[in-house]
Design a protein around this ligand. Structure first.
Ligand SMILES: [Ca+2]
Ligand SMILES: [Ca+2]
Length: 230
């Protein structure tokens, strides 16, 4: 006769083995976890259109972005917390954000393209950092990608779509000017590249990732996606 106490001990062991085998068979334990971020204010940015770089997804470090330090070096720091929208924009998050200012800070004589004042942008960029954007592509087709930026030295960025490379590294030409008498203003010479590249996009919901690849020291105001060919 079998020992009933021993049978009770054996039963859970076989249940566990069966569950492990079922999990292995379904492949679930190896599947990539789904994206846990979501669009800023729950509204995807639209393509064709302008992707505002500071309106990156919600979800925090490692999900919606990777930043090299957890402090927002602009909102709440360079721009002290004072209750104003521009100074405090997303100040609890790691992505570093500031905004264009008058009095010859961002409207200086070394701009290649004049920026509007009071525009929020992502700054203090470092290679290896990335930012996610939930985007809605309204029409399938080929799109040019423009960028409003500053670059204190030649830099490089790349874009991924749905976790796969959309572009290779794209060179961002320096806006440094040796005639600039104010050292910190090398980070405030604005320029706009109308077409960094042309990419094919399919209609629908996508996840766009902006990656800082080389040099950093760039500020990103917005990306413009324009339909160039259906
Ligand atoms: Ca930071
Ligand atoms: Ca912006």
């Amino acid at each position: 006769m079998s020992n009933p106490v021993r049978n009770i001990r054996i039963l859970p062991f076989w249940v566990i083995i069966t569950l492990i085998l079922l999990l292995l068979q379904s492949g679930d334990i190896f599947a990539q976890s789904p994206y846990k971020g979501n669009a800023w204010n729950k509204v995807s940015q639209l393509i064709p259109g302008r992707i505002e770089c500071e309106c990156y997804d919600q979800g925090g470090e490692g999900v919606a972005y990777h930043d090299s330090d957890p402090v927002n070096n602009g909102s709440g720091k360079l721009n002290p917390a004072n209750g104003s929208f521009l100074n405090e924009f997303r100040m609890a998050e790691g992505v570093d954000i500031s905004f264009t200012k008058p009095n010859e800070i961002d409207n200086n004589p070394f701009n290649l393209v004049e920026p509007q004042m009071g525009r929020l942008y992502v700054g203090w960029t470092v290679p290896g950092e990335w930012i996610n954007y939930s985007v809605q592509v309204k029409k399938s087709g080929f799109y040019s990608i423009g960028l409003m930026y500053t670059a204190s030295g030649d830099g490089g960025i790349a874009l991924d779509l749905d976790g796969k490379p959309l572009t290779g590294e794209m060179k961002i030409s320096s806006t440094r000017n040796e005639k600039e008498p104010i050292a910190w203003r090398q980070w405030h010479h604005w320029n706009k590249i109308d077409s960094l590249t042309v990419v094919e996009l399919k209609k629908g919901q996508h996840l766009l990732t902006l990656k800082t690849v080389s040099n950093g020291n760039m500020n990103y105001d917005f990306l413009d996606f324009k339909l160039v060919k259906k």
